[in-house]
Design a protein around this ligand. Structure first.
Ligand code: MG
Length: 301
């Protein structure tokens, strides 16, 4: 498979030799926010500039508009109850679609100030919702609505969905973006796309050890850097390998950060997630198109 390059021979086993990168759909402007729902065998994803949510039905192979005019959603996560947790650029909130279909805003402010534009979100094993809040949804009108930042910084927050309490847990990034907790819960990794605003910066993934209360210890340590493009959204597999968007590629890094393999997608990758009946199908949101690749790894749960 010519699109795959193995950088470390130990990672070759993660690829299936005769599995092809599949282009499932095209026609978006900037795809993001994939979340897979095993109960219905479908993937929800965002087409941010077109202000819509799309759904890929794994059984029929069809993509349909799930929610037109959703309010410029970006990242999504599925919580333990199978509900969709949403980052909304336009309303500048984190919300959740309840089992009855209604939308509930979970968090809109920190210390009395509106969020910038929640970007990516995860649900921790304890049910807490962690999300990044860079300014991309308020920098202009393409992916939301232009506005000034009230907070004046771009942080990662932890939201307690029971109490609604919001705490800033990572405050040392320029534009925190994708995020994930390593399986086992000892580390948080955060992508920083701050180079969009400060060209002198590296595109990085930063790893934070968690303290006894499960909060990140700052400063973190650099886990990986990227010369060309950005790390945006990413996920861990069950063995602790990190699969990340990386410019026009997907990179797979080992638990120590070493680059194991790269998969050329050919469009700028915004985000990815594992799905499929066995959690071994990588769904890749890349600029205008949705791709998938079966791999010899399962997504961390
Ligand atoms: Mg993102």
């Amino acid at each position: 498979m010519s699109v795959v390059r193995i950088h470390d021979p130990r990672f070759a086993r993660l690829m299936i030799g005769h599995a092809n990168l599949e282009k499932l759909w095209t026609g978006g402007r900037w795809l993001e926010g994939p979340a897979y729902f095993p109960a219905g065998r479908y993937l929800v994803f965002s087409d941010i500039p077109n202000d819509r949510l799309l759904r890929f039905d794994e059984m029929s192979g069809q993509v349909s508009v799930f929610w037109p005019g959703c309010g410029f959603h970006n990242g999504h996560a599925r919580d333990q109850q199978g509900r969709l947790v949403c980052c909304e650029h336009l309303a500048r909130v984190v919300s959740r679609i309840e089992h009855d279909g209604s939308r509930r805003v979970l968090a809109s402010h920190w210390q009395g100030k509106r969020f910038n534009s929640p970007n990516d979100v995860i649900v921790a094993p304890d049910g807490a919702i962690w999300f990044s809040d860079p300014t991309y949804g308020i920098d202009g009108d393409y992916e939301g609505e232009k506005a000034e930042s009230e907070i004046g910084a771009s942080n990662v927050y932890r939201l307690d969905p029971e109490t609604g309490a919001v705490e800033a847990v990572v405050t040392d990034r320029v534009k925190p973006n994708g995020l994930a907790l390593a399986p086992g819960g000892q580390f948080l990794v955060v992508a920083d796309t701050g180079r969009t605003h400060r060209p002198e910066l590296d595109a990085t993934l930063t790893r934070y050890r968690l303290d006894a209360e499960g909060r990140p210890i700052q400063p973190g340590e650099t886990f990986a850097t990227l010369a060309d493009g950005f790390f945006d959204g990413f996920r861990f597999d069950a063995e602790g390998n990190l699969w990340s968007s990386a410019g026009r590629f997907v990179h797979c890094h080992g638990p120590d950060g070493a680059l194991g393999l790269t998969i050329e997608i050919g469009e700028i990758v915004g985000n990815l997630c594992f799905g499929g009946a066995k959690g071994n199908r990588l769904f890749i949101c890349a600029q205008t198109s949705l791709y998938s690749l079966f791999v010899n790894a399962r997504g961390a749960t």
